[in-house]
Design a protein around this ligand. Structure first.
Ligand code: SF4
Length: 179
């Protein structure tokens, strides 16, 4: 029997909606686990990425922790896939790019309605925000882009099957969308 394809997944500056779409392949998950095994992923709660064939990245790069995880995935995964709008173009989190980090922090922690004891957190364990939210291709080489917010479960299923079987990726028109 051939060795199973090893897949790692992570959510950076995203909402986990793309991971929910992965689960949305429903009973086909049973077929998928005949073909793949999961490395680091919220699905199995493994915290560190090992050597993997495919890395699925949800979310863009908003802070130093996102950047570190992205670089680990790039160096450990043979094929890296930007999954969803946030990984591909920054998505909703990138809406903050028109403001400075100082303005964002003040709006969240000191100026907005209902804040009591206003103070901007400065615990050294909190990852530092980057000045801008970046799509992942601005920072590392990306092999495939799977659009959508989120891509549908069917699109993820088609994509993974074609990748596993070594065919050119060719999603049907009905599975390609950008919203
Ligand atoms: S692309 Fe959409 S569903 Fe996926 S992480 Fe971003 S906001 Fe969530």
């Amino acid at each position: 029997m051939n060795e199973k394809i090893r897949i790692a997944t992570t959510s950076l500056a995203g909402c986990f909606g793309c991971h929910m779409s992965l689960l949305d392949i429903d009973e086909r998950l049973l077929d998928l686990i005949q073909l793949v095994e999961f490395d680091r992923s919220p699905i199995n709660d493994i915290k560190q990425v090992g050597q993997a064939d495919v890395g699925l990245i949800e979310g863009g790069i908003a802070n130093t922790d996102n950047l570190e995880v992205l670089e680990q995935f790039r160096s450990h995964c043979r094929i890296l896939v930007a999954v969803g709008a946030c990984a591909i173009n920054g998505g909703v989190p990138a809406m903050r790019n028109q403001y400075s980090v100082k303005e964002c922090l003040e709006e969240s922690y000191t100026n907005c309605m209902g804040v009591e004891n206003p103070q901007i957190p400065n615990d050294p364990e909190i990852p530092l925000l980057l000045n801008q939210v970046h799509p992942i291709h601005e920072l590392v080489k990306v092999d495939y882009f799977l659009p959508g917010c989120p891509p549908s479960g069917d699109a993820i299923w088609t994509f993974l099957n074609e990748l596993i079987e070594g065919r050119p990726i060719s999603l049907p028109y009905t599975q390609i969308h950008y919203d």
